[in-house]
Write a protein that binds this ligand. Structure first.
Ligand code: ARG
Length: 454
């Protein structure tokens, strides 16, 4: 296949150069958005009288037939074409002859590829947003089922204070809600069409850029042609947003892996989402959670890669920018897989409510509440903190919990203790009476609010 730009060359491209330069092997997945953009471009060329109505109709018909044939598996990507844009154009000319040669009027591959990547990324942002919403629904369902599942909450991975599982899961709900909204923000900011920027400085043809933009679902056309062809901010923002999603998934996975361990047994993963060991017959491993945690690295890598590619690029288009594709495609594919798999895993996990509650009762998770009890009786908090410290020491000696001490034993350390202390430091009180905004006792109201957000 001759190159689109063969005119001023006297030699064939060296094979190794072609192989190094080509992008069809990975940008072929842009065929749909490339054709969509070309159809709208041709339609506008016709409307503006830059090509005839007949030529416009022939081009659009030809492009639609190419799309149909690719989707039906009747048209293979020709590896001698440099990129998806050359492939579609060459095929169009093969199908409709001279009219096909007019498609590229007033257009460059620079604004074409800028458009294609934006259309592709915009669709991906929508798709990922929908997957985040699916995950939010699963989390919310688990929250509703677990408003009275008591468990310990941790700081430094040490038991800190008691909570309920709904509240714990609610923290992840908040994270993924921010992720969803971040994707919406990115969508709105990127929603301007670069098509018609030409190679970099626009064109003398009377293009109607806003008309094409609207037909492609953009709010309007971009405002600076040099920026239009060299802007990949929206892609960096998207990779950044999905890196944050992966970070959230990875943290959640880490919890699931710890909770699934023999020592914790807070959860039991479904057999369908676990794998075994080839040597140790007893094993049931949380491989999916580990893989999602592991794949976070490659998504971060894509962000670093593109940031570094763009760093120091002078205006406007530079071939370096072709390097945006493989890493972005890989990262977008990865985050979609991770979101789907993780949602399935969470949906099928069993929370061992008894183990969670028992664990909440051990480890002095009610020590803060015991101190607060003394404060309510009139003791300054710092003194109460000291008294409960002594209570805890005594419990460690006796290998018991605070509520296991008799009232006489408690009175030895402070005469402010009374029998009502047992109710004040019960698991139920500790969780349900934490009614401040955002606390476990207030989770039911938050669940109602979350429902309105989905
Ligand atoms: N394959 C190229 C890319 O992805 C298309 C744009 C080529 N433009 C050019 N002037 N060489 O960036």
């Amino acid at each position: 296949m001759a190159q689109l730009w063969g005119g001023r060359f006297t030699k064939q491209t060296d094979d190794a150069v072609f192989a190094f330069n080509e992008s069809l092997s990975f940008d072929k997945r842009l065929y749909k958005v490339d054709i969509k953009g070309s159809i709208c471009h041709a339609d506008m060329l016709g409307k503006q009288g830059i090509i005839s109505e007949q030529e416009k109709d022939d081009i659009i018909k030809g492009l639609n037939s190419i799309l149909f044939d690719i989707e039906e598996g009747k048209l293979e990507f020709d590896p001698t074409c440099e990129d998806i844009h050359s492939f579609v154009e060459a095929n169009l000319i093969k199908r409709i002859g001279d009219a096909g040669k007019k498609l590229h009027t007033g257009r460059s591959r620079n604004d074409q590829v800028a458009l294609d990547m934006k259309l592709y990324t915009r669709d991906e942002v929508e798709e990922i947003k929908a997957l985040v919403e699916e995950l939010l629904k699963v989390i919310l369902k688990k929250m509703e089922e677990n408003t009275d599942t008591y468990m310990p909450a941790f700081t430094h991975l040490q038991k800190a204070q008691p909570t309920n599982l709904a509240h714990y899961l609610g923290a992840y709900f908040e994270m993924f809600l921010r992720d969803r909204d971040r994707l919406s923000d990115i969508y709105d900011r990127m929603n301007l069409s670069p098509l018609g920027a030409g190679a970099l400085c626009g064109t003398t043809y009377p293009l109607d850029r806003d008309y094409v933009a609207k037909n492609l679902g953009f709010v309007e056309a971009t405002h600076n042609s040099m920026d239009s062809v060299s802007d990949r901010d929206y892609l960096i923002e998207t990779l950044s947003a999905i890196s944050i999603i992966q970070m959230h998934l990875s943290r959640f996975c880490e919890e699931m892996i710890i909770w699934n361990s023999n020592e914790y047994k807070f959860v039991e993963m479904d057999d369908a989402f676990s794998t075994g060991s080839s040597i140790m017959p007893q094993k049931k491993n949380p491989d999916i959670a580990e893989l999602v945690r592991g794949k976070t690295g490659r998504v971060y890598g894509s962000l670093m890669s593109l940031l570094t590619t763009m760093k120091g690029l002078p205006l406007a288009y530079n071939k370096d920018m072709q390097e945006d594709k493989e890493v972005a495609f890989d990262a977008l594919d990865t985050v979609k897989d991770c979101l789907k798999l993780f949602a399935g895993m969470l949906d099928t996990v069993t929370f061992n409510k008894d183990v969670l509650a028992k664990s909440a009762m051990k480890g002095f998770t009610n020590a803060t509440d015991a101190a607060d009890y003394l404060v309510k009786k009139g003791m300054p908090f710092r003194d109460a903190h000291g008294v409960i410290g002594q209570v805890v020491l005594k419990c460690i000696e006796k290998d018991c919990s605070i509520e296991d001490l008799s009232i006489a034993e408690l009175k030895e350390l402070s005469d402010m203790f009374d029998v009502d202390v047992y109710d004040a430091i019960s698991l139920k009180t500790c969780v349900e009476r934490r009614l401040t905004k955002g606390a476990p006792g207030a989770i039911k109201a938050e669940i109602e609010r979350y429902k309105t957000l989905l």
